[in-house]
Write a protein that binds this ligand. Structure first.
Ligand code: MN
Length: 339
């Protein structure tokens, strides 16, 4: 039976997932030639998106660690998993820790699909969903491992790939606050400056100065908070700049996000700092590294009044004040006034 494996892997006294006791059979949707698909975002030990296609009365399933690719230039791994019952189509909930797939499951998208090809090695479908649409192919590369490739152009034809060439911009040290209007000032906390790219719920980070390892990406093992930060962004692509400072209590670091360099397919680096901060603020980035912890990441505030920030930095022993013109693009170095 197609669902034996689904049943064997779960303890239905403990998991809220649906059982397999519904009468098997083809749904009205499949019978009418409009079979359904669902994508469930699953915050298990490792974040993934479960992609399920209704076929022959079950949900044929793949776990896609980085989600449905929005761009034909980037293919994503898709690991074939056990067939699920049709009743799983609407499932959302918290699978208890310690059970198979423990973690939160949320609906990410649903819709119908057309089949262009279906074999043991290749499945080509056209999705009609809200977030996932267009022609996709899954092709088997070995064992349970498949790849998922978007065949259509991106929904947004001006979409750019997530950049990997952005690095922290070194501040220019000056001995006094800049004169005049139009400056936005923030605290230089004295931590490690990083640029963090997030795609498919995964982080890549690059440091400057002490944090960096040449041009290569930084070792995330040093900053576990970045993994949690990335998973919390769901399928949103972004690149942010920020500072990693030691957590005020306990081990680990807090990520203080200063700037937004890329958002969902588009660089923001040529916008003025004020406009970038406006976009950043709308993302409302704040979260905890663990449920019982102080904030693991938050958006660092900016102020018009540099003198007040400098007074606070002197009183608190912070490194100083960073000032940027509201119109300045990303690559214009900020001014650093040491405390
Ligand atoms: Mn899953």
């Amino acid at each position: 039976m197609a669902l034996d494996r689904y049943q064997e892997m779960r303890d239905f006294q403990k998991t809220p997932e649906p059982g397999t006791d519904e009468p098997p059979g083809i749904s009205e949707h499949e019978a009418a030639g409009r079979p359904r698909f669902v994508v469930q975002e699953h915050h298990a030990t490792a974040l993934h998106w479960d992609f399920r296609l209704e076929r022959d009365g079950v949900l044929v399933s793949w776990a896609v660690p980085k989600g449905i690719p929005p761009d034909p230039r980037v293919n994503h791994l898709a690991v074939h998993t056990e067939d699920h019952p049709l009743s799983y189509f609407d499932f959302e909930g918290d699978i208890p820790a310690g059970e198979y797939g423990g973690g939160r499951v949320m609906l990410w998208d649903r819709g119908t699909y057309e089949t262009e090809k279906w074999s043991e090695r290749e499945v080509m479908v056209v999705l009609h969903g809200e977030r996932a649409s267009g022609k996709h192919v899954l092709f088997r590369t070995g064992g349970k491992n498949w790849m998922i490739h978007r065949m259509d152009p991106p929904v947004d034809p001006t979409r750019e790939l997530v950049p990997d060439d952005l690095r922290p911009v070194e501040a220019t040290a000056v001995d006094r606050l800049p004169d005049g209007e139009g400056w936005l000032c923030s605290v230089a906390w004295g931590g490690d400056e990083v640029v963090v790219a997030v795609e498919g719920g995964r982080a890549t980070a690059w440091g400057g100065g002490r944090a960096g390892r040449g041009d290569g990406a930084a070792d995330l093992g040093r900053w576990p908070v970045l993994r949690r930060f990335a998973a919390a962004q769901s399928a949103t692509q972004l690149v942010v700049a920020g500072q990693l400072v030691p957590a005020p209590a306990g081990p680990g670091h807090v990520l203080l996000v200063d700037d937004l360099l890329f958002l969902d397919g588009h660089r923001t680096t040529s916008l003025g700092f004020g406009d970038r901060r406006h976009l950043l603020g709308a993302l409302d980035l704040e979260g905890t590294a663990r449920d019982d912890e102080a904030p693991g990441w938050k958006t660092a505030p900016v102020y018009d009044d540099g003198a007040a920030v400098l007074d606070a930095a002197r009183a608190q022993g912070w490194r100083g004040v960073l000032c940027r013109r509201a119109e300045s693009p990303w690559d214009e170095p900020p001014l650093l006034v040491p405390a």
